[in-house]
Design a protein around this ligand. Structure first.
Ligand SMILES: *[C@@H]1O[C@H](CO)[C@@H](O)[C@H](O)[C@H]1NC(C)=O
Ligand SMILES: *[C@@H]1O[C@H](CO)[C@@H](O)[C@H](O)[C@H]1NC(C)=O
Ligand SMILES: *[C@@H]1O[C@H](CO)[C@@H](O)[C@H](O)[C@H]1NC(C)=O
Ligand SMILES: *[C@@H]1O[C@H](CO)[C@@H](O)[C@H](O)[C@H]1NC(C)=O
Ligand SMILES: *[C@@H]1O[C@H](CO)[C@@H](O)[C@H](O)[C@H]1NC(C)=O
Ligand SMILES: *[C@@H]1O[C@H](CO)[C@@H](O)[C@H](O)[C@H]1NC(C)=O
Ligand SMILES: *[C@@H]1O[C@H](CO)[C@@H](O)[C@H](O)[C@H]1NC(C)=O
Ligand SMILES: *[C@@H]1O[C@H](CO)[C@@H](O)[C@H](O)[C@H]1NC(C)=O
Length: 899
C-alpha cells in the first residue's frame, strides 16, 4: 500500500523544528570513559558484576548512566546470554508477553561451545569459540556507552566478514563490510529502497567464517538503532541504539543451520500454515467493485490457471474505513454471494485490515470507531487529552493501543461482527498492513484533514460502473446483467516503572539521530511521546506495533474459527513474528532489480529470521510490469513460500491470464509448485518443530565452499531443489553455480556431475525456470497438478529418487489434514533408498486413501549427458535414464521395496 507522498515543505519544516542534534552527533564518543567491573560473582553458569562509570561522564547524546549491571548466563551448550542493563531497571525491556525468553539450563561453562571472558578496567568482554579458539565478539575496540538515550557497543571482526541478516532491508544478502549503516526503525517504505530502514525489525546477524564455523548474535531490543559496519580503525560492527539495554544472545552454530535452529529456540518456532495457504493468490489495489473480483475469478478459471484465493485491498471499504463495506460497490449481499461462490469452488477469500480507525461516523455506521471509543482503547495524545489523530487512508484516524487490556476484546468483537460467517464477510485468512504504524500526516500532525487524500479531500472511491454489459459466466444470477440488483444503502449492521523506559527523556528529539529514511523518529508514525496504556511510550515500543497487531489478529481469527490454522500476512514484523504470522515484503516495484532482490529477502526471512511464510508481490506492486518480467516472476514466485500476484491502483493490470506468455509461465510454474506442495509443506512442518529452515541459501548446504558465500540469486527450495532463475531482461540464459556433487535437471532428469563450477544454461524460455534436484534426495510429488489444493490432496504421490555417488538417497513426507490447529493424527514418513531397496519408516497415523503410485529412480540406467539446455527446448518432460517401479505403495504403514 502506497505511502502518501509527504510534501517537501512540511518535511523540511518539521525536521528543522526537531533539529539541534547534528552538532552533538560529532560528540567525542572516544573520550567516553567506559565502565569498571566490580563485585564479580561467578557461580559457574552465571557471572554477575556491577559496572560503574569509569570517569567523567561524556554525555555524548544525553546523560551517561553511572550504575549498570552485568549478567552472563551459560544457558545451553550452544547459547550464551550477556545482558548489560541499568541498575535501576527502568530502561525499556521487551515484555515477556511479546517475546517469551527461552529458559536457561544453566550449564557448566566447561560444557559450553563458547567462552566468555572480560577485563575489569575498562570493562570489555569477548566471546570465543572454544574448539578453534576463534574470537567471535570482542568489545575492546571502543568504550561501552550506556546513556538514557544512546547506547553504543562495538565488536571487532575479522576483515571482510561474511555477515547476513539485520533486517529488514533490500541491501545485498551478504552485508556490506565498509562504510555501512543498517537502520532499524519500522517504516512504511514504498518502493523498498536499498540503504534504508524498511518495515521489520530483526536484529540478528549470522557471521559465517567458512571452515572456522558460523555463529549468530541476536540483540533483543526494540529500540530504534543504527548498526554500523566499517573497516576504518579495524573491521567492526557497532550498535548505536536509542534506548533499551544490551541483551545479547550468542549462538555457537557451528554450522549456519545450527545457528538457525538455535535462533528458533529464542524467537519461537514458525507457526504452521494451512495447506491451502500454499496455493496461488491473486490480489490488486484498485479492483473497483465486487463485479471486478468476480471477473478476475472467472478469467482465471477460463484461462485454466489455478486460482486458490482471491484477495481484496482497501477498495472494499466505505471510504477506506476499516470494518465497513462500500454499500454501492461491495454490497454485503453480493459480497456474500462472491464468497459463497468461491467456497463452493474450493477457493478462498481474504481482505486487508489496517490498524488505524477512521473517526468519522456518517452514511455508513462506523461501529469500529464507536466501540473503540466506548472501550477507550485508542491511543491518547501525548498530553493525555483526547485521542491522538493522525491520517491514514480514510483521512483522520485513531490508532488502537495494543497495550490496552481491552484491545484484544475490541479486536475480537470487530472480527466477530464484520467477518461473521452467517451475516458478514466470511473471510478465510487475513492481510494486515500499515502497521509500522504508518501515518500520512508528518510530525507534528497539526491538520490530519489535509492528508486524507492527495487532493486534500476526503477519499473518493471510483464512480459506480454501469453493470449492464458485465456477463460473468458461472456466477450467481445477482452478478448477471439481466438482474436488477438490490443495493444496500448502508450496512446496518502513565508514569514509568520497571522496564517501561527511563523517565525524563526527550522522546521526540533524542540527541542521537538514527538514519531513519522518513526523517525524525516521529515522522509518519504515531508520535514517539505517545504513551501506552501500561506506561511505556511509543519511543520504546514503536517497533513492536506490527507484532502486537499480528498477535491480536491471530487471536481474533481464532475467536471466529476456533481450532483452524489462521493464515495471516502482515507487513510490519519484529523478531519472533514468525511464530504468529506470515509476511509479504511490502511495496516493491515492477523492476528486474526488485525481482532479483526478492530472492535474498525471502531467504532472510525464511532462513535467518524464522519467518518462513514469506513472499514478494509477484510481477511487482508499483509501476508497470512487462510481459517478460511478469512471466519470469510467475516462475520465480512459484518458489516463494507465499505466492501472490499483487499490484498498485495506478499500475496496469497484471493478472497472469492477460498475456499468453505469462499465462503459460503461470500454468507451468503453478503445476510444479502444486506437485511439490507436500514436499514444501513437509519442510514447513519440520521448521515449525525444529527450526531447520525450509529455504536454504547455498552456503547453508556448502558452508566450506567459498563460492557459495555471496550467492544471492539462487537458493534451495526445501533442502533439495535448487532454484536458479534467469536474471536479466530479455535474457534466455543464466550463469549458475552448481556446487560439487550430483544434480539432476528437474525437467529432463538429466544427471549432472559437478565439480563445483559456474555453468551457463541456455535457451530457457520465458515460461520456464531452471531447477535441479540434489543427488541423495527423495522427492515426494503429487502425480498431477490440479485446479485447487483441495483437489490436489486427492492426488496420489509419486517418488523421485535422486541418488548420490553411492547410489543412496533419503527424503521425508509429512501428512496431516492441512487445516486443524491441533492435529491428532499425523504421519511423519522417512524414505531411505540404498542397495536398490526403498524403505519407508516413521509414524503412519494420518488416514488417507492416497497411495504412492509409482517410484522413479533418476539417472540409474543410462545417464544422459550433453547440452543441459535441451530439455527446455521441447518444453516437455523428457525422462532420461530412469528405472521405474509401479506402485501402489500404501501410506498407512512401514514397508520396503526392492528394485
Ligand atoms: C586463545 O586466544 C586468546 C586470545 O586471542 C589467547 O590469549 C589464548 O592464548 C589462546 N588460547 C589458546 C589455547 O590458543
Ligand atoms: C560513506 O557513505 C556515505 C553515505 O552513503 C557517503 O556519503 C560517504 O562518501 C562514504 N564514505 C566513504 C569513506 O566511503
Ligand atoms: C566509516 O569510517 C569512515 C572513516 O572513519 C567514516 O568517514 C564513515 O562515516 C564511517 N561510516 C559509517 C557508516 O559509520
Ligand atoms: C552497500 O550497501 C548499499 C546500500 O546501503 C548499496 O547500495 C551499495 O551498493 C553497497 N556497496 C557495496 C560496495 O557493496
Ligand atoms: C476444481 O475442480 C473440482 C472438481 O472438479 C470442482 O469441484 C471445483 O469447483 C473446481 N474449482 C475451480 C476453482 O475450478
Ligand atoms: C498505568 O496506567 C493505568 C491506567 O491509567 C494504571 O492502571 C496503571 O496502574 C498504570 N501503571 C503504572 C505503572 O503507573
Ligand atoms: C503505467 O501505465 C499506465 C497506463 O498506460 C500509465 O498511465 C502510467 O503512467 C504508467 N505508470 C508508470 C509508472 O509508468
Ligand atoms: C528488451 O527487449 C525490448 C523489446 O525488444 C527492448 O525494448 C528493451 O530495451 C530490451 N531490454 C534490454 C535490457 O535490453
Amino acid at each position: 500500500m502506497r505511502l502518501y507522498q509527504v510534501t517537501v515543505v512540511l518535511l523540511g519544516l518539521a525536521t528543522s523544528a526537531l533539529g539541534g542534534g547534528l552538532v552533538r552527533r560529532q560528540a567525542t564518543n572516544d573520550s567516553c570513559p567506559g565502565y569498571t567491573a566490580s563485585n564479580v560473582q561467578d557461580d559457574g553458569a552465571r557471572v554477575t558484576a556491577d559496572l560503574t562509570l569509569a570517569g567523567t561522564a561524556c554525555n555524548a547524546y544525553g546523560t551517561d548512566l553511572v550504575d549498570l549491571k552485568l549478567e552472563v548466563v551459560y544457558e545451553t551448550e550452544s547459547r550464551l546470554h550477556v545482558k548489560i542493563y541499568d541498575a535501576e531497571e527502568l530502561a525499556y525491556q521487551v515484555p515477556e508477553s511479546l517475546f517469551p525468553r527461552p529458559s536457561s539450563n544453566d550449564i557448566d561453562p566447561a560444557d559450553s561451545a563458547l567462552a566468555f571472558s572480560y577485563t575489569s578496567s575498562p570493562f570489555t568482554f569477548s566471546i570465543r569459540r572454544k574448539s578453534t579458539n576463534e574470537t567471535l565478539f570482542d568489545t575492546s575496540a571502543a568504550s561501552l556507552i550506556f546513556e538514557e538515550q544512546y547506547l553504543r557497543l562495538r565488536t571487532s571482526l575479522p576483515s571482510s566478514p561474511y555477515l547476513y541478516g539485520l533486517g529488514e532491508h533490500t541491501d545485498p544478502f551478504r552485508l556490506n563490510t565498509t562504510n555501512y549503516t543498517r537502520t532499524l526503525w519500522n517504516r512504511d517504505a514504498y518502493g523498498v529502497p536499498t540503504g534504508s530502514n524498511l518495515y521489520g525489525h530483526h536484529p540478528i546477524y549470522f557471521d559465517h567464517r567458512g571452515s572456522a564455523g558460523t555463529h549468530g548474535v541476536f540483540l533483543l531490543s526494540a529500540a530504534g538503532m543504527d548498526i554500523k559496519i566499517n573497516d576504518t580503525d579495524g573491521q567492526y560492527l557497532e550498535y548505536n541504539a536509542l534506548g533499551g539495554i544490551f541483551d545479547l544472545y550468542f549462538l555457537a552454530g557451528p554450522t549456519p543451520k545450527d545457528v538457525s535452529v538455535q535462533y528458533s529456540e529464542i524467537s519461537g518456532k514458525a507457526v504452521m500454515q494451512p495447506y491451502w495457504g500454499f496455493g496461488f493468490h491473486q490480489c490488486r489495489y484498485g479492483y473497483r467493485d465486487v463485479f471486478a473480483l468476480a471477473e478476475v475469478v472467472t478469467n482465471y478459471s477460463q484461462a485454466d490457471i489455478p486460482l486458490e484465493t482471491m484477495w481484496t485491498d482497501i477498495d472494499y471499504m466505505y471510504l477506506r474505513r476499516v470494518f465497513t463495506l462500500d454499500p454501492e460497490r461491495f454490497p454485503i449481499n453480493l459480497m456474500r454471494e462472491l464468497v459463497d461462490y468461491l467456497h463452493d469452488h474450493q477457493q478462498h477469500y481474504v481482505v486487508m485490515v489496517d490498524p488505524a480507525v477512521s473517526n468519522r461516523d456518517d452514511v455508513v455506521s462506523n461501529t469500529g470507531y464507536n466501540e473503540g471509543v466506548e472501550m477507550d482503547i485508542f491511543h491518547k495524545n501525548a498530553n493525555g487529552s483526547g485521542y491522538y489523530t493522525g491520517s491514514v487512508w480514510p483521512g483522520p484516524t485513531v490508532f488502537p493501543d495494543w497495550f490496552h487490556p481491552s484491545s484484544q476484546e475490541y479486536w475480537d468483537n470487530q472480527f466477530l461482527r464484520f467477518f461473521d460467517a452467517e451475516t458478514g464477510v466470511d473471510i478465510d485468512a487475513l492481510w494486515i498492513d500499515m502497521n509500522e504504524a504508518a501515518n500520512f500526516c508528518p510530525y507534528p500532525c497539526l491538520d490530519p484533514e489535509a492528508y486524507s487524500d492527495e487532493s486534500g479531500n476526503p477519499p473518493q472511491p471510483p464512480p459506480v460502473r454501469n453493470n449492464s454489459d458485465r456477463v460473468i459466466p458461472g456466477f450467481p444470477q445477482a452478478f448477471q446483467p439481466s438482474t436488477s440488483q438490490t443495493r444496500l444503502r448502508s450496512r446496518q449492521a502513565n508514569g514509568t516503572g520497571k522496564y517501561l523506559g527511563i523517565p525524563g527523556r526527550d522522546l521526540i528529539n533524542p540527541g542521537y539521530k538514527i538514519n531513519n529514511a522518513a526523517g525524525a523518529i516521529s515522522m509518519n508514525t504515531i508520535p514517539t511521546d505517545v504513551k501506552n496504556y501500561v506506561g511505556s511510550y511509543q519511543y520504546d515500543t514503536h517497533n513492536l506495533y506490527g507484532l502486537m497487531m499480528s498477535i491480536a489478529s491471530r487471536n481474533a481469527l481464532l475467536a471466529r474459527r476456533p481450532n483452524r490454522r489462521p493464515l495471516i500476512i502482515t507487513r510490519s514484523t519484529f523478531a519472533g513474528a514468525g511464530s504468529h504470522v506470515g509476511k509479504w515484503l511490502g511495496d516493491n516495484l515492477s523492476l528486474w532489480e526488485h525481482y532479483r532482490t526478492s530472492i535474498a529477502n525471502i531467504l532472510e526471512f525464511a532462513s535467518l529470521f524464522q519467518l518462513p511464510m514469506v513472499g514478494a508481490d509477484v510481477c511487482g506492486f508499483g509501476g508497470n510490469t512487462t510481459e517478460t518480467l511478469c512471466a519470469r516472476w510467475a516462475t520465480l514466485g512459484a518458489f516463494y513460500p507465499f505466492f501472490r500476484n499483487h499490484n498498485g491502483d495506478t499500475s496496469i493490470s497484471q493478472e497472469f491470464y492477460l498475456w499468453p506468455t505469462v499465462a503459460e509461465a503461470a500454468r507451468n510454474a503453478i503445476s510444479v509448485r502444486y506437485r511439490l506442495l507436500d514436499y514444501i509443506y513437509t519442510h514447513l512442518h519440520r521448521q515449525s518443530k525444529t527450526g531447520l529452515p525450509m529455504l536454504n541459501p547455498l552456503f547453508f548446504h556448502y558452508p566450506e565452499d567459498t563460492n557459495t558465500f555471496s550467492i544471492e540469486h539462487q537458493f534451495f527450495y526445501g533442502d533439495n531443489i535448487l532454484v536458479s532463475p534467469v536474471l536479466e531482461e530479455n535474457a534466455t540464459d543464466v550463469t549458475i553455480y552448481l556446487p560439487k556433487g550430483i544434480f539432476y535437471d528437474y525437467w529432463t532428469h538429466e544427471k549432472i556431475v559437478s565439480n563445483g563450477s559456474f555453468v551457463q544454461l541456455k535457451d530457457i524460455p520465458f515460461t520456464s525456470i531452471p531447477l535441479h534436484i540434489r543427488g541423495g534426495s527423495i522427492i515426494p510429488l503429487r502425480a498431477e497438478s490440479t485446479n485447487t489444493t483441495t483437489e490436489l490432496r486427492k492426488q496420489n504421490f509419486v517418488l523421485w529418487i535422486a541418488v548420490n555417488e553411492t547410489d543412496q538417497a533419503e527424503g521425508s513426507l509429512y501428512l496431516d489434514d492441512g487445516d486443524t490447529l491441533n492435529q491428532n493424527a499425523t504421519s511423519e514418513i522417512k524414505f531411505a533408498y540404498a542397495n536398490g531397496t526403498l524403505a519407508m519408516t516413521g509414524t503412519f497415523n494420518y488416514r488417507t486413501d492416497v497411495v504412492i503410485q509409482n517410484v522413479t529412480v533418476l539417472g540409474s540406467a543410462a545417464d544422459v549427458s550433453g547440452n543441459s539446455s535441451s530439455g527446455y527446448r521441447n518444453g516437455n518432460l523428457r525422462v532420461g535414464g530412469s528405472a521405474m517401479v509401479r506402485g501402489p505403495i500404501s501410506l498407512d504403514r512401514a514397508s520396503s521395496r526392492s528394485f
